[in-house]
Design a protein around this ligand. Structure first.
Ligand code: NAD
Ligand code: DAU
Length: 338
């Protein structure tokens, strides 16, 4: 096992990447951290303000080969979070997903190959497609890829590039596929922060379709502790699935959010369903737990959710600037109360 001393974090101004950088500079203050982020609509430099003097921030694109080469050359490890990450956006306009998730990942892989730099690829459980509600099986490292959306297929494509660069060129890479994250600094387009901020604004939460779809929730800090464990101790070429036994249907999650505000659990609206909406995701994290000894620290989803609700109540100045535009985009994409 080894702890890299100079780490390049792509997408460090996004939700999971920003939380990763906070955790890294807190737990490993000797690490030199460089963040590369294009500050798309999803990136927010304010997420790094509390630690701005402890990192180097580079505003740029992961598909910019010259810039990437320069940054990778002086790193011991690259942890790659940058992506277009939202399924609904990928249905409205898939091109940025192909460009950033596939061409961007290719650009990073070529740079780590040239400079023989350790690479960790952050990916999603959505590459495996979806499960029936009553399927006793969960996703494992051996589940065949079967992505449904332009987002998940672009992530699947990027994972396959990594596997090929390991096998063909000996790149020192690991991959992790994680389930749905929640926690501070998540963009208000995503399910949990969207509903929390709707309730704050006096708007009823919006459930796609019947709300029976199941997601396997994990706190972002548990995801990031797993990523750091894999970077330090993971086997080169190995894929690790990250999940915290957090399966819940969307209706239940909305009920918990409403209860956190003292409102009725059924005080929500049903809206237009997402086309091709994946039914259920579920992770079997046995390999990660048994081989690397990782365990989630957030055991009770409602505690983690209550903390997250409090964070959005305390940090309105962080999310307010993107709320109205996000809601307008959903309306423009055809979302209607049913
Ligand atoms: P996010 O959308 O909140 O953040 C993405 C970040 O990447 C933003 O800061 C954005 O500015 C940056 N970015 C986008 N395109 C870029 C480009 N071309 N060059 C440089 N920077 C660029 O996403 P997130 O939810 O934090 O997800 C991070 C990673 O984790 C993604 O790879 C995603 O697929 C994966 N993942 C997310 C979840 C989840 O539940 N959110 C679960 C599993 C895996
Ligand atoms: O599984 C990991 C994935 O989780 C990540 O790879 C993605 O980057 C991340 O966005 C997330 O994808 P989902 O599509 O599962 O997340 P989202 O927050 O968009 O939606 C979660 C569930 O809630 C999904 O079943 C759709 C539903 N939903 C979403 C929104 C925004 C609603 O019912 N209402 C909503 O307003």
């Amino acid at each position: 096992s080894s702890t890299p001393s100079r780490v390049l974090v792509t997408g460090g101004a996004g939700f999971i990447g920003a939380n990763f950088v906070h955790q890294l500079v807190t737990d490993r203050p000797d690490t030199t951290v460089t963040v590369l982020d294009a500050l798309t609509y999803a990136g927010n430099s304010a997420s790094l303000t509390p630690i701005a003097d402890r990192i180097r921030f580079v505003h740029g694109d992961i598909a910019d080969a010259e810039l990437v080469d320069d940054l990778v050359r002086t790193a011991d490890a690259v942890v790659h979070f940058a992506a277009e990450s939202h399924n609904d956006n990928s249905l409205a306009d898939p091109w940025p997903f192909v460009q950033t998730n596939i061409v961007g990942t290719y650009t990073l892989l070529e740079a780590v190959r040239r400079h023989d730099v350790r690479y960790h690829h952050v990916s999603t459980d959505e590459v495996y497609g979806d499960l029936e509600l009553d399927d006793p099986q969960r996703f494992t490292e051996h589940t065949p890829y079967n992505p449904s959306s332009p987002y998940s297929s672009s992530k699947a494509g990027s994972d396959l590039l990594v596997r090929a660069w390991v096998r063909s060129f000996g790149v020192r890479a690991t991959i992790s596929n994680c389930s749905n994250n929640y926690g501070p600094y998540q963009h208000v387009e995503k399910f949990i922060p969207r509903q929390i901020t709707n309730v704050i604004d006096g708007v009823r939460p919006r459930l796609y379709g019947e709300g029976r779809n199941v997601r396997d929730w994990i706190h972002v800090d548990d995801h990031n502790r797993a990523v750091r464990t894999i970077v330090e101790q993971g086997r080169i070429g190995q894929t690790y699935l990250i999940g915290a036994d957090g399966e819940l249907d969307n209706r239940t999650v909305v009920g918990y959010i409403l209860e956190a505000f003292g409102r009725d659990a059924d005080d929500f609206d049903h809206v237009t369903d997402r086309p091709g909406h994946d039914l259920r995701y579920a992770i079997d994290p046995t390999l990660l737990r048994e081989e690397l000894g990782w365990q989630p620290q957030y055991r009770d989803f409602r505690d983690g959710l209550a903390q997250t609700v409090q964070w959005y109540r305390d940090n309105e100045s962080w999310w307010r600037p993107s709320k109205a535009a996000t809601e307008r985009a959903y309306t423009a994409q055809g979302e209607r109360v049913r």
